[in-house]
Design a binder for this molecule. Structure first.
Ligand code: SDX
Length: 378
């Protein structure tokens, strides 16, 4: 009998062959389809990057215009989805609302024509276009307001911020938000992408694929960490409190949110870019004491845990950016999902192209030949 070595968290075990993105965790390099993240953050837009990831190459001007046009014209959600969302409790977490709404889309588009490129494109466009509308709609409806209709004259990120705040965003804020989406769109075989690929491998519909990935992203060890980072910074409250807070965490062996990564053993390149974006926002919209607290945290954590390769990850500085834009803390992870949906769909498409259902094995460590004990004898 073959004996397999069990690796907790499947560390180091390849789950797929993929040409979508690449991480060098020792050098702090992240590439999408071979292009460095720094270059995309500077020169690209979220929709162009999404196209690159999903269809494998940068679009021509015509291809990009067509894609943008299609996304723009699929932004509205059906009134029945809206009515369903109105019944969600205001106290519910927006990630749960998003997961339920993404799954509900599958009720309306139940044709499952997985080998038809037109079906794939249609689903990709619909999911990328409607996820932001659903996040914004839940935000307004839980405050008792009607959702705001998407605006066709605004680009992707500006329209989302408009739907959220009912006013046109500052152009710098809209561009920075778009860069944030580029930085979050894809990251090799992370937990939610793995979840998306496992679900995709059963040949179910893309709405179920995205819903399962949203559920996975929400946990505090994954995308949910960005929300917890802000709660932690608020709890710390001042630069002087940073060191005792971290020493206390280490003593209690509790994880410091926004730090550490399975793959990166240096600072996450996305954290470096997000830190600069936060600085740009503070320069324009005013200083924020939480930035100083964050920087002090980075210094103290490096001093204490740098030797273990624990540095800020993508979730550490993103919250500071969103907070400065006035976005409520519990929308940070849904915003991560708005971006990551394009990465999940790239993996869905790649999985379908050479599909085999995921069915790993296990190392059984239970009993054998156990006799059933009648209930009155237990
Ligand atoms: C994301 O995978 C991806 O690519 C994810 C992501 C993406 O784009 O999809 O990059 C997005 O999920 C970012 C991560 C967000 N999560 C957090 O910020 C939560 C805090 N971080 C950790 O819980 C942890 O670092 C993980 C979950 C990110 C990684 O977990 P691992 O690889 O299973 O590492 P581990 O928990 O086994 O820790 C290894 C060692 C331990 O020490 P020892 O027992 O070996 O002495 O490092 C220590 C840990 O205690 N450690 C930490 C720590 N992270 C790791 N100690 C204190 N604080 C931390 N944050």
């Amino acid at each position: 009998m073959m004996v397999c070595e069990y690796k907790p968290g499947l560390e180091g075990i390849p789950a797929a062959q993929s040409s979508i993105s690449y991480v060098d965790g020792q050098k702090g390099i992240l590439e999408y389809r071979g292009i460095r993240i720094e270059e995309l953050a500077e020169k690209s837009t979220f929709l162009e990057t999404a196209y690159l990831l999903i269809w494998g190459e940068l679009p021509s001007q015509q291809e990009l215009q067509a894609f943008e046009h299609e996304v723009r014209h699929h932004r509205r959600i059906k009134y029945r989805i809206r009515d369903m969302m109105k019944c969600f409790p205001e106290s519910g977490h927006p990630m749960d609302a998003l997961q339920a709404s993404a799954a509900a889309l599958g009720l309306f588009y139940s044709l499952r024509d997985l080998h038809n490129p037109a079906y794939i494109r249609d689903s990709v466009v619909r999911l990328i276009a409607t996820i932001p509308t659903m996040v914004a709609a839940f935000q307004l409806m839980r405050k008792g307001n009607d959702p705001v209709r998407p605006r066709d004259d605004l680009d992707y990120s500006a329209n989302f911020l408009y739907m959220l705040n009912e006013q046109e965003p500052d152009p710098l804020a809209a561009r920075i938000f778009d860069i944030c989406l580029i930085l979050h769109v894809e990251h090799t075989m992370n937990a939610s992408t793995f979840s998306a690929r496992v679900t995709a491998s059963t040949l179910t519909d893309p709405y179920a694929v995205v819903a399962s990935a949203v559920g996975t992203l929400g946990g505090p060890l994954h995308g949910g960490a960005n929300e917890e980072v802000i709660q932690m910074l608020e709890e710390i409250g001042s630069v002087e409190n940073v060191r005792p807070y971290i020493e206390d965490c280490l003593q209690r062996k509790s994880k410091i949110m926004g730090f550490g990564h399975r793959v990166y053993k240096v600072k996450d390149p996305r954290a470096t870019i997000l830190q600069k974006l936060a600085e740009q926002l503070f320069e324009k919209f005013g200083y924020d004491k939480y930035y100083d607290i964050a920087q002090e945290m980075e210094r103290v954590v490096e001093e204490k845990l740098g030797g273990k390769g624990i540095y800020p990850n993508v979730d550490f500085y993103s919250g500071l950016v969103y907070r400065k834009m006035g976005i409520p803390t519990d929308l940070f992870t849904p915003i991560f999902a708005i971006a990551r949906v394009a990465g999940w769909l790239a993996h869905w498409k790649e999985q379908l192209a050479e599909n085999r259902i995921f069915r790993p094995t296990q190392v059984y460590n239970g009993h054998h030949e156990v006799s059933y004990i009648p209930i009155d004898q237990r």
